[in-house]
Design a binder for this molecule. Structure first.
Ligand code: IMP
Ligand code: MG
Length: 331
């Protein structure tokens, strides 16, 4: 068994969808598995020139790969069916490819109602927190107990460990390291584990892990209730140029310079082997480059200079491959 993991190293919205889509297109995976979160996620994907936003369904469906919503996820059945309909409307035959782990948990109407009145964290109001709370409180409902989901239910152990063929999995993460329940800025976090380790909780042994694709971008964005945006005017420009509005809720994302300290920590904790830094072209268009180097603001005179600095720093951490990519590159 081989498992590669895609993990976001900042606050979500770094381009995991794009990287997952690219990896599905260019590699020979037998399964794509979402390993955490629910429909709070919004993965923007360009497929055959069209923009598609997925919330629950893994990107494997675009390439005929079996796609599983793993045991670490929470599922909203209404949203799930809605998404299948949207994908099928675009000619993507999701129904026969997508499965839900029987032990994934369900987001109920009560969860949605409760999360809908959240005023403290600035959640996506998709019922995530209450669903995970009930799971860990041992009073949750599992997907296998929902009548409407029966034809999608799968036993992940049987599927991965008693499969006749060799299994090659791409794990698709949701949210990001800065939103992780343990490593994020608590309580301004999501309710699941967003690190690469979380992928392993979905039924694969640690020895199966091959590549860890860590995804970041050249600046940071965050959506939620805490104050995050830097005070310089340039962040307004970055938001417009980078189209930094939530894929799930449409909220403007708060922008700031990249924190090298956060990226370094995320690379170390996730064991990143391959790093992708996205949206390089946004700062090029804006014409300013900076990051926080352990609370010191460090400026660069060009994109090239910032990339070189990041390249040498990340290589020192043992990252094997470093890639810089632009928002407008459609891969
Ligand atoms: P929740 O996951 O909806 O409970 O929201 C908790 C925090 O995580 C809020 O600040 C959300 O804006 C943020 N969040 C949740 N999902 C995503 C995502 O996919 N991208 C970016 N932020 C997210
Ligand atoms: Mg997103």
């Amino acid at each position: 068994m081989i498992a590669d993991v895609v993990v976001d190293l900042q606050y979500g919205d770094c381009g995991k969808g794009k990287v997952t889509h690219y990896l599905c297109k260019t590699s020979d995976y037998t399964h794509v598995i979402r390993y955490n979160g629910g429909c709070n996620a919004g993965h923007t994907i360009y497929h055959d020139g069209r923009k598609v936003v997925t919330h629950h369904i893994p990107a494997g469906v675009f390439f005929g790969i079996k796609s599983i919503i793993g045991p670490g996820c929470v599922v909203d059945p209404d949203q799930f069916f809605e998404e299948i309909k949207t994908l099928e409307g675009l000619g993507i035959q999701a129904r026969n490819l997508v499965h839900i782990a029987k032990n994934a948990h369900v987001i109920t109407r009560d969860h949605l109602r409760e999360d809908g009145s959240d005023l403290t964290i600035g959640t996506t109001k998709r019922g995530n927190g209450p669903a995970y709370r009930d799971k860990y409180g041992r009073k949750g409902k599992r997907a296998e107990d929902v009548e409407a989901l029966q034809s999608f239910i799968i036993d992940v152990y049987e599927e991965l460990h008693n499969n006749e063929k060799e299994v090659k999995i791409l794990f698709e993460g949701a949210q990001g390291f800065g939103l992780d329940i343990d490593w994020g800025d608590y309580p301004y976090v999501t309710s699941s584990h967003c690190t690469a380790a979380s992928a392993l909780l979905n039924g694969v042994p640690p020895q199966s892990v091959r590549n860890i694709y860590g995804i970041a971008k050249m600046y940071e964005t965050y959506v939620g209730a805490k104050r995050f945006e830097g005070s310089e005017d340039v962040f307004e420009q970055i938001r417009e140029t980078g189209e930094e509005y939530g894929a799930t809720t449409g909220r403007p994302r708060q922008c700031n310079w990249m924190s090298w300290q956060l990226l370094e920590k995320a690379i170390n904790i996730n064991g990143v082997t391959d790093l992708v830094i996205n949206k390089v072209d946004v700062l090029e268009e804006v014409g300013q480059w900076a990051l926080y180097d352990h609370d010191q603001r460090r400026e660069f005179e060009s994109s090239q200079a910032m990339q070189e600095w990041l390249f040498s720093k990340t290589k020192n951490l043992g990252v094997k491959n470093v890639n810089f990519s632009g928002n407008k590159e459609r891969i």
